[in-house]
Design a protein. Structure first.
Lengths: 245, 114
C-alpha cells in the first residue's frame, strides 16, 4: 500500500519536473540548440551524428569544443583532452547538486545515471527549484526535468537541422551568436562565488591571447593559466579584506 | 581515416565527447558527499573550469564560423557591450542581456545589408 502511494507521488513530481520544459531557461536553451544546429550544419556534420552527440554529450560547451576539434581535424587524444578539460566544471556542479537531491536511501547507480543530465541549464534550474520539492521526491523531479530536456532537444535538433540551411543570413547569424551570449549571461547570473566572475573576465581575455600565442593549446592554457590567475587574485583580495577588517 | 567515415565518427563522439564529459559527472557524484563546498581545491577547479568556458565564448565571438565570419568585429563586440550594459542596468536578468545583444546584432546586420 505504502509503496503504491510513494510511486504515485513520484510520478506526480516526475511530471512536475517535465513541465520545466516550458520555462524560460529551457526555452533559451532550445534556441541555443537551434543555433548549435546551424553551427554543425555549417561545419558539415551529418544530422544523425548531431542527434547522437546531443544525447551522449549533452553539455553545450563540450559539444562546441568537440565540433571545433572535429572541424580542425584534431586527433582523438587531443579532442578527448580538450573536451575533458572543458568539462571539469561538471564535477563541482554535480558534486554541489548531489547533496541537494539524495536521501540516505538513494542508490548510487541512480545518481550516476542521473548525473548524465546535468549541464548548465539543468543545474541552474535544479539548484533554484529543488528547495521547494520534498526531499524524497527531488530525484524524481530532477529526472523528469533532465530527461525531458535532453529528449526534447534531441528531437528538436533532428527536426531543425534540415531547416537551418534555409534560414536568412540575419537569423542564422543571430542564432550562432545566441550560444556564446547565453553562456556568458547564464554563467554570470548563476555564479555564487566571486572567483567565477573573475575567472569569466580573465578567461575572455586569455582565450584570444593564447589563441594568438599558442593556437594549438589555447583553450587548455587559457583555462589553467587564466583560472589559476583568477583564483590567486580572488585569494589575494579575500586576504586583504580580512586584513583590513 | 577521418571523422567523417561512418562508425569512426560515432566512436570519436563516444570517446572524445561522451566519455570525456561523463567521467567528470561520475566523479562529481562520488565527490558529492566528500568534497567540501568551501574548500580551496574546489575553488581552484571552479576558476579553471570557468576560465576554460570563457575562452571558448571569446573564440566564438571573435572568430565565428558561417554567416558571422563576414560580419565586422566592431559589430559583434558592440552588440555584446550593449547587451552587457542592459544586463547590468536592468536587474541582471539573463533574458534581458541576451535579447538586447541579439537585437543589436540583428539591427547591425540588417543595416549592413546582410
Amino acid at each position: 500500500m505504502k509503496s503504491d502511494e510513494n510511486d504515485q507521488s513520484s510520478v506526480v513530481w516526475f511530471l512536475s519536473g517535465m513541465r520545466g520544459l516550458f520555462s524560460l531557461p529551457a526555452f533559451i536553451l532550445m534556441l541555443s540548440f537551434v543555433g548549435f544546429c546551424s553551427l554543425t550544419a555549417q561545419a558539415g556534420i551529418p544530422p544523425e551524428q548531431v542527434v547522437f552527440m546531443t544525447g551522449m554529450v549533452w553539455a553545450l560547451p563540450a559539444k562546441v569544443i568537440l565540433v571545433s576539434s572535429m572541424m580542425s581535424g584534431a586527433s582523438l587524444a587531443a579532442a578527448f583532452l580538450a573536451v575533458s578539460l572543458s568539462s571539469v566544471r561538471l564535477m563541482p556542479m554535480v558534486a554541489a547538486l548531489i547533496p541537494e537531491l539524495r536521501t540516505s536511501k538513494t542508490p548510487t547507480w541512480l545518481l550516476l545515471f542521473l548525473s548524465h543530465f546535468v549541464a548548465i541549464t539543468a543545474w541552474v534550474f535544479a539548484m533554484e527549484r529543488v528547495q521547494a520539492v520534498p526531499r524524497d521526491r527531488r530525484v524524481a523531479f530532477f529526472a523528469g526535468f533532465g530527461i525531458t530536456l535532453v529528449v526534447a532537444n534531441m528531437v528538436l535538433v533532428g527536426v531543425v537541422y534540415h531547416f537551418v540551411a534555409d534560414f536568412p543570413p540575419i537569423v542564422a547569424g543571430c542564432l550562432f551568436f545566441l550560444t556564446p551570449i547565453y553562456f556568458l549571461a547564464s554563467i554570470w547570473h548563476s555564479a555564487r562565488h566571486p572567483v567565477v566572475h573573475i575567472a569569466l573576465l580573465i578567461g575572455l581575455v586569455a582565450g584570444p591571447l593564447f589563441y594568438w600565442l599558442v593556437p594549438e593549446f589555447d583553450i587548455l592554457l587559457a583555462g589553467v593559466g587564466g583560472g589559476t590567475l583568477a583564483w590567486a587574485t580572488e585569494r589575494l583580495w579575500h586576504r586583504r579584506k580580512e586584513a583590513s577588517a | 581515416m577521418t571523422w567523417q567515415d561512418g562508425w569512426w565518427a560515432y566512436a570519436f563522439i563516444a570517446i572524445a565527447g561522451w566519455l570525456a564529459t561523463d567521467i567528470w559527472r561520475w566523479l562529481g557524484v562520488i565527490a558529492g558527499n566528500r568534497l567540501r563546498d568551501d574548500s580551496e581545491a574546489l575553488n581552484w577547479v571552479r576558476a579553471v573550469a570557468t576560465a576554460l568556458v570563457a575562452a571558448v565564448i571569446a573564440k566564438l565571438i571573435l572568430y565565428p564560423t558561417g554567416v558571422l565570419e563576414q560580419s565586422p568585429l566592431w559589430l559583434r563586440l558592440g552588440s555584446v557591450a550593449i547587451g552587457a550594459t542592459a544586463f547590468f542596468l536592468l536587474g541582471r536578468k539573463p533574458a534581458i542581456g541576451i535579447a538586447t545583444t541579439i537585437a543589436a546584432l540583428a539591427a547591425g546586420l540588417w543595416w549592413l545589408g546582410f
